[in-house]
Design a protein around this ligand. Sequence first.
Ligand code: DHK
Length: 147
Amino acid sequence: MTDILVINGPNLNLLGLRQPEVYGRTTLAEVEAMCVETGKDLGATVTCLQSNHEGVLIDAIHASRGTRDGIVLNAGAFTHTSIALMDAIASAEVPVVELHLSNIHARETFRHKSWIAPVAVGQICGFGPAGYALALRALIGHLETRT
Ligand code: DHK
């Protein structure tokens, strides 16, 4: 069965509470439950991880090498700062779909830059929590084209 890791980065543990006008009122627990359900519908096992620590995210990406089929990654603000995350993705050789709840391109200029985008299969942003299901579908569709 297809095995996918959904990774949420810094501050996303506060989903539902944090700036709801930007990120909505859906909690991280609800997002993760929806990811697991979407995975079941698509014949995939989905495991979810959230951390506020860059090294934990890097370790999870490394651990996915050869053990997971793909990753959906919302790296939060590390998206815009972390060459280390970019290098981890490039080194892990696991397909990654980049995901953001908000449309980062319609926000502050510093959010327009993504270090994840050059090493991702693609990017989904601006669709709120529904973006996670879109990202899972996109990733699974991508994996099917490779088999
Ligand atoms: C989440 C964050 O925490 C921000 O730092 C990013 C992203 C956008 C999101 O939209 O999911 O800039």
